[in-house]
Design a binder for this molecule. Structure first.
Ligand SMILES: [Ca+2]
Length: 527
C-alpha cells in the first residue's frame, strides 16, 4: 500500500466550494439519472449504426503506431538529441505535426481506454492501471468493423488485468477472443503488461492463453510482425486498420534491456539532470513518482538507456515506413505516430508520469496522409486523447458514436488557417496502479497556459508554458493573473460538468465503480 497522501483535513475553502458546486450533480446521480446526464452531453453526434453506403473508392487504411513513455522533447524534430531519430524526423517532414497534442490521463491503461472509446477516464472507469475495462463501450474498432475494415492489433493492451502485478500469468496477460477485445477482431497479437524486452519475458498471445515467445528484442519483433501483417493486408481487398503498441522507451532502463549497438550510439552523449530538477520529492507524488536517493543517483544512466531505446524505436519506425512505401500503401494509408505519455526524469521532483507537467503530458503526434494533409506542416490545435477517435473516424468518413466525448478536430487539420482556442481537460483519478487517496488532480491546458488543481489540499497552479516551458514559475498567486486563472478554472469545470465528472477521491471510485478490479460503472454508464 502507498503511504497516506496529503491529509484530507487540510482541504480548504476551495474544496468546500467544489463540494457545494457539485452537490446538485451528485443528487442527480443518486436518482439514477446517469443515462439522462450522459445523453445531455451528446451534441452534434452522427447517429450510431448508420447504414453505410458501399465505399467507393476504397476508404484509406489506418496505421496507428504508439510508443510507450516517449516524451515530446526526446525526438529530434522537437529539439531532442540531434541525429538520434532520423527516421522519425523524416516522417515529420512528410507529416502534419500536431504540436499541442497531450495525453489526457498520462498513464498507460487510462490512455488506452480513452484512445479506444473517445471517452474521458471518469467515463471509462479506468481510474488506475490494472483494472478491467467493461466490454460494453462503443469503441473505434467497432465502427471500423462496421465500415468494412479489418481491425488488427499488435502489442501491449493493459486493459484486462484482474490483479495488481503478476503480469506474466496469462490470467492477466491474455485477452480472450470476443467482446473484451473492444471490437478488434482481426489479427490480435497482444500481452497485458511487461517491459522486459528479451526472453524469457518477451512474449505474446494470439487466440489462446499459450505464451508465444519472441526470438530477439521485442520492439524489433513486434515491428517485424507489423510488417508481415502489412504485407498480408496489402494483398487483400479490404481497407485495414493496424494499431501497433510498442513497449519502448518505458523502463526498466538497464543496459541488459536494450541492444548493445544502441548503447554504443549514445555512448558519447552527455546526460544531465533537467533544468527543472528538484532534489526533494513532490509532496503530491505517488509511489511510482517518488525518487529514492539511490534512484536519483541513477537518473542520468536511466536517460542513457532511455535514449538508446529511442534510437532503436527510430530504426523500427524507419523499417515500418519503408515497408509501407514498398508495399505501395503510402498514398492510401493514414499513418499516425505518437506515444501514450511522457516521462519526468526528476523534473519537479518526480519520475514517471501521471502529472499535468509538460514532461508527462506532451507527446509527439504526427499524421501522414499524402496529398490530403500538409507534409511538413504544423497544426497547433489542442489535441486531447479523447479527440483521436472522433477525428480519425471523421477523416475515414465513418460515423462518430454518440457516446464519444472528444471532439472531431479534422477540420483544423485540413485547414491550417482555422484556429481553435479550446483547451484540453486532463485528469488523474488516483495513484498509478494502486488504490489510495490524496493524489487526484484536474488540469486544463491551452496553447499557452496550464491551470491545475489538486483535490486533496485544493492547491491550484498556473503556468505559462510559452514564456516558461520548464514551468518553474507558478502564477496562481501572482497579482494580475486572477482573471486568467478564473477563466481557465471555469473552462475546466465546464468540461467536467459536461461529462458528469464530480472529481471524487480515488476511494470513491474503488467503492462505487469497481468490484474485484472489474469496472462495473462509471460517471456516464452502468454496465
Ligand atoms: Ca505507458
Amino acid at each position: 500500500m502507498p503511504p497516506e497522501g496529503p491529509d484530507a483535513s487540510r482541504a480548504g475553502a476551495f474544496f468546500r466550494a467544489m463540494e457545494q458546486e457539485f452537490a446538485p450533480q451528485k443528487r442527480m446521480l443518486q436518482q439514477d439519472e446517469r443515462r439522462a446526464c450522459a445523453a445531455s452531453i451528446r451534441t452534434k453526434r452522427t447517429e450510431e449504426r448508420t447504414v453505410l453506403p458501399m465505399p467507393t473508392p476504397k476508404r484509406p487504411n489506418l496505421l496507428f503506431v504508439f510508443a510507450d513513455q516517449l516524451r515530446y522533447a526526446s525526438v529530434g524534430y522537437t529539439g531532442g538529441r540531434p541525429g538520434l531519430t532520423p527516421h522519425i524526423d523524416a516522417l515529420r517532414a512528410q507529416s502534419l505535426d500536431l504540436c499541442n497534442a497531450v495525453s489526457g490521463h498520462p498513464v498507460c491503461a487510462p490512455f488506452r481506454a480513452s484512445l479506444f472509446t473517445g471517452k474521458y477516464t471518469t467515463s471509462t472507469g479506468m481510474v488506475i492501471n490494472e483494472i478491467r475495462i467493461s466490454p460494453n463501450h462503443r469503441c473505434i474498432a467497432h465502427v471500423l468493423n462496421e465500415g468494412g475494415y479489418e481491425t488488427a492489433y499488435i502489442g501491449k493492451w493493459h486493459l484486462y488485468a484482474n490483479e495488481l502485478g503478476n503480469h506474466y500469468d496469462p490470467k492477466n496477460s491474455f485477452v480472450p477472443k470476443g467482446p473484451d477485445r473492444l471490437g478488434f477482431d482481426g489479427f490480435f497479437a497482444h500481452y497485458g503488461f511487461h517491459h522486459e524486452y528479451y526472453a524469457p519475458h518477451a512474449y505474446y498471445h494470439l487466440d489462446t492463453p499459450e505464451k508465444i515467445y519472441h526470438d530477439g528484442y521485442e520492439p524489433d519483433c513486434v515491428t517485424d510482425m507489423a510488417i508481415g501483417q502489412l504485407r498480408r493486408l496489402a494483398a487483400g481487398n479490404q481497407p485495414f486498420s493496424l494499431f501497433l503498441s510498442i513497449g519502448t522507451p518505458h523502463d526498466p532502463w538497464t543496459p541488459d534491456n536494450v541492444p548493445a549497438e544502441y548503447l554504443e550510439r549514445v555512448k558519447d552523449m552527455t546526460f544531465e539532470l533537467p533544468d527543472n530538477y528538484l532534489p526533494q520529492n513532490d509532496p503530491h507524488a505517488d509511489n511510482w513518482a517518488r525518487l529514492s536517493d539511490e534512484e536519483r543517483a541513477e537518473l542520468t544512466s536511466w536517460m542513457r538507456c532511455y535514449h538508446a531505446m529511442v534510437a532503436n524505436l527510430d530504426d523500427n519506425i524507419g523499417r515500418l515506413m519503408r515497408a509501407v512505401d514498398e508495399l505501395g500503401l503510402a498514398e492510401d494509408t493514414i499513418v499516425i505516430f505518437t506515444s501514450d505519455h511522457g516521462e519526468c526524469f526528476g523534473a519537479h521532483g518526480r519520475r514517471a508520469k501521471n502529472i499535468f507537467y509538460e514532461e508527462a503530458v506532451r507527446v509527439p503526434f504526427l499524421m501522414r496522409w499524402p496529398g490530403r494533409l500538409q507534409a511538413g506542416g504544423t497544426c497547433d490545435v489542442c489535441l486531447n486523447t479523447v479527440d483521436i477517435m472522433p477525428t480519425l473516424l471523421s477523416m475515414l468518413d465513418l460515423p462518430i458514436p454518440q457516446t464519444v466525448e472528444g471532439n472531431d478536430l479534422s477540420g483544423f487539420l485540413f485547414d491550417a488557417r482555422r484556429a481553435s482556442e479550446d483547451g484540453a481537460l486532463m485528469m488523474c483519478c488516483g495513484p498509478t496502479a494502486a488504490w489510495g487517496d490524496g493524489y487526484e488532480w484536474r488540469a486544463y491546458r491551452t496553447k499557452r497556459y496550464t491551470y491545475a488543481v489538486y483535490r486533496g489540499d485544493g492547491q491550484e497552479l498556473l503556468f505559462d508554458h510559452v514564456e516558461d516551458p520548464l514551468q518553474l514559475r507558478d502564477l496562481s498567486k501572482e497579482p494580475g493573473y486572477e482573471k486568467l486563472k478564473a477563466s481557465l478554472r471555469e473552462a475546466m469545470w465546464d468540461k467536467m460538468r459536461r461529462i458528469n465528472d464530480t472529481f471524487e477521491a480515488n476511494s470513491y471510485y474503488r467503492d462505487h465503480w469497481v468490484e474485484d478490479r472489474i469496472i462495473r460503472r462509471t460517471a456516464t454508464m452502468d454496465n
